[in-house]
Design a protein around this ligand. Sequence first.
Ligand code: GLY
Length: 362
Amino acid sequence: MPSKLSRRQFLTTSAVVGASPTLIVPQGVKPVVISDVSGIRFKNGGPVSSIEKAFELMTRGTRVIDSVVAGVQIPENDPEETGIGYGGLPNAEGVVQLDACCMDGPTKRAGGVAAIEGVRTPSVVAKAVMENTDHHLLVGEGAQKFARLMGVPIEADLNTEKSRSLWLEWKRRIDPSHYLDPEKRAEEGYRAGLSMVADGLIAEDHFWGTTNCSAVNDKGEIAGVTTTSGLSFKIPGRTGDSPILGAGLYVDGDVGAAGSTGRGEANLYGLCSFFIVEKLREGLHPKDAGMEALKRVQANTVEKRLLNDRGLPAFNLRFFALNKKGEYAGVAMYASGEAVYGVCTDNGAEERPLEPLLEGGP
Ligand code: GLY
């Protein structure tokens, strides 16, 4: 085998031309899996991250959708990852409510769940919705009942010691002498959460939660998944962008995939994952497509409470995009906090810097 050819390239190319390694015609897409930082840093005590798991499965021939959903179950199950799945930061009443969505390019199908309780891995239920129903989105109790019918274990409480103690700290900050009026209470609750981020108790990306993972295999087949515990200490029932097609995730099997983490409300107004995939369709590179979405979000952010003292968005939002050719990018409103994303290729998993739209932090 020529020394510059990887084993995978050899297998791919020699399969095309028969057994002879002398007639090598490189073909196919270079497989890649991308994710936000959770997909590379959280391993639930095991040897591999979510992008490594997805890459390994995918390159051994597992369907891309099955590979990425298997991958994100690692951070979903990791009690140290307080923005996703088991041990995700709970809502204002101390209950962990999770959202997820997945989309499969080749079959053009998608599934999602929102505000589901008692299930560590909402991505699995989202895939079951996609595969076993004619619907896209199941929410709340109905989603949990469906999960039970699908054989997914239901637990009484998904809090860990860590998520419960952070919720208690949040309660202490907002409710020293019981509640203010509901509007003020919601504002105070948000502010108290942000003060815990500022005090270093909660990582900024865990405050909004979420992992997104998308992949393309050597046949150009694309799929993606997004899963989250959503905004920390949210009003019960609040659902963000993650389970909403076109917002937290969008895949077009002929074009590419995009997904997000960060302030879901800001993304929902622009349905940015759909917007990014449309920009990919026009031929933009994933980085440029992501930047266009961030600019759109910035332009739509006009409420004073959402602007910082520089008149810029007072929140972060990140997009991860790849196209059918296997080109990819991670972009962010600000490259602050966890300012990297994960990429897994034949060369293994590595962290890459996010490309920011704006200088500094929110
Ligand atoms: N992006 C996660 C959320 O806002 O729920």
